[in-house]
Write a protein that binds this ligand. Structure first.
Ligand code: TEU
Ligand code: CA
Length: 565
């Protein structure tokens, strides 16, 4: 028997992530923008989501599409003006939709005023805002590789010292040990909260406290060392987040989610503890990294697709271990990941694309935690094609191609492009497919990144005209969540954990039981979970209209609500 835990609106909500650059272009310059988002609020209200997470919209030179911020209190020129933001926020609230901002404070842009000052001289008042080290043997201070290839250190001519950049060299890492940096960040956060925003998604927040020894990392591919063990979950990260909570978060009613690269369940219990001293929840990477961690072509790059046996032990661990101690966030994809249906489902035929997109949605939305939908997931958008590296826009892809293909000949161009088609971030960044008109209805100009050629078959207008579409299936899942407490608060109990094809579990709350089964294969498989249903059992949702006795059909998903007594 379960106990009813602390209720919270952010546990009951469904979040929809918008990558503004690729969502809707209102002025024909080929780049999505804030007015474009405002023009599509009716669509989001129809879907029924509660919250928008906006990927960064602040001033940025766009080395990493807005994750390199040059002014935290201004809007990126490509996206509009502050008054467009204020209008979006007000209109979203009128639609009963909250807005969560992306908070990127592990690093700034090298064009941020703080860094422009910091690099000027060793005694500049802003010097300690960033992480500067003397050269070692005339080279970089250690062997760390940046997440975007090459050394994580860049030599700066003005002083001959190196600064740390875990990402691109245009994203210098802030020095959180400096209290002045924390003051600046917390002031800025309070400023946005006073505007009336509804929360923060915190970019790589697990990386803000570094190992003070800066040791060399284990060398993986013969070029550089891994920095992750020394920058994730560092010695002061919980102290800094508790300070942030005291000085900002606790003063408002916010949704907070930390993007927590390298997080383990034990660390998550601290970041997302039920007492609420840090954040509401974190994103972990264990299911998205599952295949690369088992062996890849090079780095994260792989052509392998995960199978249920790769994913279930991870998801079940997070479900059972956080129970009662911390809250989960649930996602299959985002702007850094390939498309959910292409990676975890099956986009080989139209029938399987639709069935498996609905199956994955069922699977995710029936687990315990707050579900996140990434733009286009609700219509089953798929991965795209990379004819050559010219099709890439993402700095991660471009740099990895240069390092592994061009400079070191470790991988052929053909193989790298296959890896890109499997896991590249640009798969998620092709424009939202609104209709079958020019550029999928995204823009009247030339889109900044090519539209996925399948937009004439897969688009929102078609989905809205088809009662059996993936869109209406998501709409129903969201409505069910709002109506059915066991979907939000029920305790997760794994079932059939040895089955290679069927992912099944129960959720229990009081005397209510939800039984969930999802067939992850393209074959009929046997499953007797639904054979002896008690009287009064009710099918809440399924992606099939008729069922076969003792069998789950290809990608079939079923959810049954019954009572324990
Ligand atoms: O991502 C950080 C992160 O760890 C990634 O998912 C990263 O994209 C991946 O490891 C690369 O292989 C966040 C943002 O979501 C991402 O878009 C930014 O590029 C990155 O931080 C830097 O701000
Ligand atoms: Ca535009």
């Amino acid at each position: 028997m379960s106990t009813i835990e602390k209720k919270a609106w952010w546990k009951e909500a469904v979040i929809y992530q918008i990558y503004p650059r690729s969502f809707m272009d209102s002025n024909g310059d080929g780049i999505g923008d804030l007015c474009g988002i405002t023009s599509r609020l009716d669509y989001l209200a129809e879907l029924g989501i509660d919250v928008i997470w906006l990927s960064p919209v602040y001033s940025s030179p766009n080395d990493d599409n807005g994750y390199d911020i040059s002014d935290y209190r201004d809007i990126m020129k490509d996206f509009g003006k502050m008054e467009d933001f204020d209008h979006l926020l007000a209109e979203a609230h009128k639609h009963n939709i909250k807005i969560v901002m992306d908070l990127v404070v592990n690093h700034t842009s090298d064009e941020h005023a703080w860094f422009i000052e910091s690099r000027k001289s060793k005694d500049n008042p802003y010097r300690d805002y960033y992480i500067w080290k003397e050269p070692r043997d005339g080279g970089a201070p250690n062997n760390w590789q940046s997440c975007f290839s090459g050394s994580a250190w860049e030599k700066d001519d003005a002083t001959g010292m190196y600064y740390l950049h875990c990402f691109s060299k245009k994203q210098p890492d802030l020095n959180w040990e400096n209290p002045a940096v924390r003051d600046e960040v917390f002031d800025m956060m309070n400023w946005w909260c006073e505007k009336g925003i509804d929360g923060f998604r915190m970019d790589v927040i697990s990386m803000i406290s570094k190992d003070p020894d800066y040791p060399d990392g284990p060398v993986k591919d013969g070029l550089y060392g891994d920095l992750m063990p020394y920058v994730c979950n560092g010695p002061h990260v919980h102290e800094y987040l508790q300070e942030m909570n005291r000085r900002v978060l606790s003063k408002y009613d916010l949704l907070t989610v930390g993007e927590a690269a390298g997080v383990t369940v034990d660390e998550a219990k601290k970041y997302a503890n039920e007492e609420g001293t840090e954040l509401n929840m974190v994103f972990h990477f264990e299911h998205t990294d599952a295949v690369s961690n088992k062996g890849s072509v090079v780095g994260k790059w792989t052509t392998r697709k995960p199978v249920l046996d790769d994913i279930r032990p991870i998801m079940n661990k997070w479900q059972t271990e956080l129970e009662g101690k911390a809250w989960n966030s649930l996602y299959w994809d985002n702007h850094d990941q390939p498309r959910a249906v292409s990676r975890f489902g099956d986009d080989s035929t139209e029938e399987f694309r639709v069935l498996s997109a609905k199956m994955l949605a069922t699977c995710l939305h029936m687990m315990k935690g707050t579900p996140y939908i990434y733009q286009g997931e609700e219509i089953g958008m798929t991965n795209t094609r990379f004819r050559s590296v010219e099709d890439c826009r993402d700095i991660e892809e471009i740099n990895a191609y240069r390092q592994y293909v061009t400079d070191h000949h470790m991988v052929s161009s053909e193989e790298m492009l296959k890896c890109f088609e499997t896991v590249a971030r640009d798969n998620a960044r092709t424009p939202m497919q609104w209709n079958s008109e020019k550029n999928a209805g995204f823009s009247t100009g030339t889109p900044w990144i090519p539209v996925n050629p399948n937009y004439t078959d897969i688009n929102a207008e078609k989905a809205l005209a088809d009662p059996d579409s993936v869109f209406y299936y998501y709409q129903k899942l969201i409505r069910l969540r709002h109506e059915t407490p066991v979907i939000v608060y029920g305790v997760f109990e794994p079932l059939l954990t040895d089955d290679h094809n069927v992912y099944a579990w129960r959720r229990v709350l009081g005397d209510q039981v939800l039984t969930v089964a999802c067939n992850w294969s393209d074959q009929d498989v046997s499953c007797d979970l639904f054979e002896n249903l008690s009287d009064g059992s009710e099918e809440l949702i399924s992606n099939y209209k008729s069922h076969k006795k003792g069998v789950l059909q290809p990608y079939e998903a079923r959810v049954i609500l019954s009572s324990l007594s």
